[in-house]
Design a protein around this ligand. Sequence first.
Ligand code: CMC
Length: 429
Amino acid sequence: MTKFSLSGNKSGENIELPVLSGTLGPSVIDVRNLYAQTGHFTYDPGFTATGSCASSITYIDGEEGVLLHRGYPIEELAEKSDFLEVSYLLLNGELPTSSEKEKFEYTITHHTMVHEQINYLYRGFRRDAHPMAVMIGVVGALAAFYHDATDIQDPYHRMIASHRLLAKMPTIAAMAYKYNVGQPFVYPRNDLTYAENFLHMMFAVPCEDYEISPVQARAMDRILILHADHEQNASTSTVRLAGSSGANPYACIAAGIATLWGPAHGGANEAVVQMLEQIGSKENISEFVKKAKDKDDPFRLMGFGHRVYKNYDPRAKVMRQTCHEVLEDLGIDNTMLDIAMELEKIALEDEYFVNRKLYPNVDFYSGLILSAMGIPTHLFTVIFAIARTVGWVAQWKEMIEDPEQKIGRPRQLYTGPSSRPYIPIEKRS
Ligand code: CMC
């Protein structure tokens, strides 16, 4: 085994730490015994150099712009597969055979309804509540409905919880939308695909037929594939950390949704559309690029930059292509897309962005597609949450099944006062 030498154990001698290698990507220095050997912790706020777990689900090479799920490139999956097949792959490690695929689709389709009592939960929310707030509440509440399969040490229970979450997320999300706009809830239809069914529950109304556009259904399916998993990002790490205490799986996913909501994570697609609307026309682009470069201005180009990708996000490439297809199919005014493409061009040539390796990320184009499909801006992150649920669940399952798994418990660099005696209130100045 390769060793990494470090000077400075308690007696000032060199110590050696094991170096572990995966199948791809950088090796890791195993620091599990560092504290015992040296009395030191590592310090890495933001986890920029910390591997928190071993995982065989997703691989990212940020320098090269590569994203693989169980070894399959994202571009191929987006082109040739569909969301439920990718979900099966993430959960089970291999692509399904035809009979496995059929059975999986049947199972997910037949778990799409929610307990009727859940309908009443929505009424407790204000109609204008942000749908992500509603999602956190309703998904967390699933823990109170599905008591029959919550022994996380039982593989069958884990599988049922995984299927329920994957199946019910579109229903819960569409209900959040319907409640918001004051329309009746639309029940799932078992004859539709996952993406078609979601569009149906979103846009159908009892008084007329709703025809699902194949181009839009395919675009929705692609958006779901492209967001399905992304290794140890903030929301996935949250789900793992919550799950590491043995918490209820629905509560863990609710924690993931809460983390995803932030504008630096899943909230960025919403922020991109707001930014493009604010820019308004191509003439204003340079002013916004200038603002993004100004250190005294908190404004950032939303949809640009990524903690891991220091190259074009491979998901953004597929998204850009899909964006063209959807807008063309719908015959929609392309002003926003024109602004987005011009902004991308200007930023990619600008020294500031080039030096910092800031490229468009997945969220740069996804918002435009969703807007064109009639999805309101405040629902964008909800769609990201539907897609990411399978990634969260696959990573949660992998963690529970890891024999080395233990509760996540980081340490800290303490910077507060050292021990001091309590001061009675009359003596405080
Ligand atoms: N616009 C302008 N400057 C930027 C941007 C941006 N979008 N992103 C990073 N920078 C600058 C930043 O100011 C810093 O400059 P300097 O070195 O001079 O201080 C440098 O680039 C490095 O940035 P950082 O904040 O240290 O990088 P990070 O890895 O901590 O942040 C990020 C990554 C995604 C939070 C950040 O790039 C960002 O805020 N982007 C905009 C929000 C966005 O699009 N988020 C979606 C991420 S992809 C979807 C997902 O995975 O959830």
